[in-house]
Design a binder for this molecule. Structure first.
Ligand code: BES
Ligand code: ZN
Ligand code: ZN
Length: 508
């Protein structure tokens, strides 16, 4: 079966220092324009190196800016100035607004979208300080992503990735950005792969390939299937609807030598390779079309543990285990039925109400298994769990649930820093009564009485399976997908979660 590969190769982002700089290596130069600069074009606040380059090229900013009387320098504004000096063909003047991290991200998106797949070699002079370099470089890479040939620019030729050399001494920041962005890129590849290719076995094989590519002895992978899953009643109930090849529990562990006493973080990801809703068929049917992305949480968990291994010597002192709960939620003669009673890992019984609420069933097994067997210091789950989370927060923020104020603050901060935002939601104890069942320990959709708040009640259900652990639930149904090709996201899977989780792990 084919492996997942995005159309466009990963663009190279490197560093150019004043000493190593060779102008003849580049086909384009990007020069920053701050808000307010344009009133006094000669006073552009750009680095000495760029001033020297402009001088060597005989560029007069004053003359150039006469062509753009409406310019404001707002972040993401872009003016293209054609030149023909050896291989150098374009100067891009790019608005960087107030030069904040967010503005540098916007400027990177504008630049990357402009040169996407053009094969350009860009000297990027937009970054003015190290605090903004990481997010700028990540955005350059993520905005360059293309999955499908049909969405590639129609130049007639196979798209060639652009490369970017960021001017300045930011090598640590750029190394980190490359690792993070590569993780997001791989996550997007997995999400974009169609569900007729991407079954749970395929996911396991992809995970094995990615683990092998890193060749770090601290990384290991185990895949459970068939009778090895007999205690995982939730994963089986969902995944047996598609018995060929059936569900998989993929366990990827990063356990470096000497890490026995380091904090252990277990990340459980929802890996539904397609969600039809099962017997409670998803309606309206248009909602089903995007459901190949219902494994986004598992893909993000995988990329996060791989990222930490990739960091090598600069990895934080943590142990990380990703549990990818992979199953297809299909409609077939072996589908579970509304009213079935299932037994989760650890023995809790659950009355299934609506088979479209399958995510919490596979996660419950993962959480209970982690609690019983892996002794996590932090237990995180990440899942495209409820439409309700999207109704509440839209697509920019994940809904975060935890009882731990300190952890909530840490994850919030990690997200704000790295451009993936979370918003803490309440675990409302008064709603717990809705999880009661006459035939099992719980009903799984909090049906009686119906408090609404579907994202909250899903979180309350999951919490039971996390035992007494420091647990965080991230409902990423909103930010995991983008409805359009915009900002740093392609239409489809965004790869949400990789950045915030990796960044948070580096603070432990
Ligand atoms: N995968 C869906 C949630 C989802 C919806 C993800 C939209 C991304 C975009 C999940 O399995 C589901 O169907 N949840 C139901 C739960 C309900 C039946 C209690 C939902 O949110 O409607
Ligand atoms: Zn569902
Ligand atoms: Zn689902």
């Amino acid at each position: 079966m084919s492996t997942s590969r995005s159309l466009n190769a990963f663009p190279v982002v490197s560093i150019a220092t004043e000493k190593t700089l060779k102008l003849s290596n580049f086909t384009a130069i990007a020069i920053p324009v701050k808000s307010g600069d344009l009133a006094e074009p000669a006073e552009l606040q750009i680095s000495k190196a760029l001033h020297k380059i402009a001088k060597d090229l005989n560029l007069s900013f004053e003359d150039i800016f006469k062509n753009w009387p409406d310019a404001t320098g707002k972040a993401g504004e872009l003016f293209e100035y054609p030149v023909s000096i050896g291989e150098l063909k374009r100067i891009y003047f790019v608005g960087i607004g107030s030069a904040s991290s967010d503005d540098l991200r916007k400027s990177a998106i504008a630049l990357a979208r402009k040169v996407k797949s053009s094969g350009s070699r860009v000297l990027d002079g937009l970054v003015t300080n190290s605090n903004t370099a990481t997010n700028h470089a990540i955005a350059l890479i993520l905005a360059s992503y293309i999955w499908n040939e049909k969405t590639a620019p129609k130049s007639g030729k196979k798209p060639q990735p652009a490369s970017f050399a960021i001017l300045g001494n930011f090598s640590d920041e750029i190394d980190f950005a490359n690792i993070l962005a590569k993780g997001v890129w791989q996550t997007r590849d997995l999400i974009h792969t169609p569900a007729n290719v991407k079954n749970p076995l395929w996911m396991a094989n992809q995970a094995k390939n990615l683990v092998n590519e890193i060749s770090n002895a601290a990384l290991s992978i185990k895949v459970k299937s068939g009778s090895e899953l007999k205690e995982f009643g939730g994963l089986l109930a969902v995944g047996n609807s598609s018995p060929k090849p059936g569900p998989r529990l993929i366990e990827v562990a990063y356990t470096p030598r000497g890490s026995a006493n380091w904090p252990h973080v277990v990340i459980v990801g929802k890996g539904i390779t397609f969600d039809t809703g099962g017997v409670s068929l998803k309606r309206p049917y248009e909602f089903m079309v995007g459901m190949k992305s219902d494994m986004s949480g598992a893909a993000a968990a995988l990329a996060t543990v791989l990222n930490i291994a990739h960091l090598g010597k600069s990895a934080p002192k943590v142990r990380v285990t990703a549990l990818l709960m992979c199953a297809e939620n299909s409609l077939s003669a072996t589908s579970q039925r509304p009213s079935d009673v299932i037994k989760h890992y650890g023995g809790t019984t659950v009355e299934v109400i609506n088979t479209d609420a399958e995510g919490r069933l596979v996660l419950a097994d993962g959480l209970a298994y982690a609690d019983a067997k892996l002794d996590p210091d932090y237990l995180i789950d990440i899942a495209t769990l409820t439409g309700a989370a999207t109704l509440g927060l839209g697509r920019t923020h994940a809904a975060m649930y935890t009882r731990d104020d300190r952890l909530a603050a840490q994850i919030y901060k990690a997200g704000e820093e790295i451009g993936e935002r979370v918003w803490r939601m309440p675990l409302i104890d008064d709603y717990k009564v809705a999880l009661a069942s006459e035939v099992a320990d719980f009903n799984h959709t909090a049906e009686k009485p119906d408090f609404n708040g579907g994202s909250v009640t899903a979180a309350l259900f999951l919490e039971h399976f996390a035992g007494e652990r420091n647990w965080v639930h991230l409902d990423i149904a909103g930010p995991a997908r983008s409805e359009s090709d915009s900002g740093e996201n392609p239409k489809g899977g965004t790869g949400y979660g990789v950045r915030v989780l990796t960044n948070w792990l580096t603070t432990l």
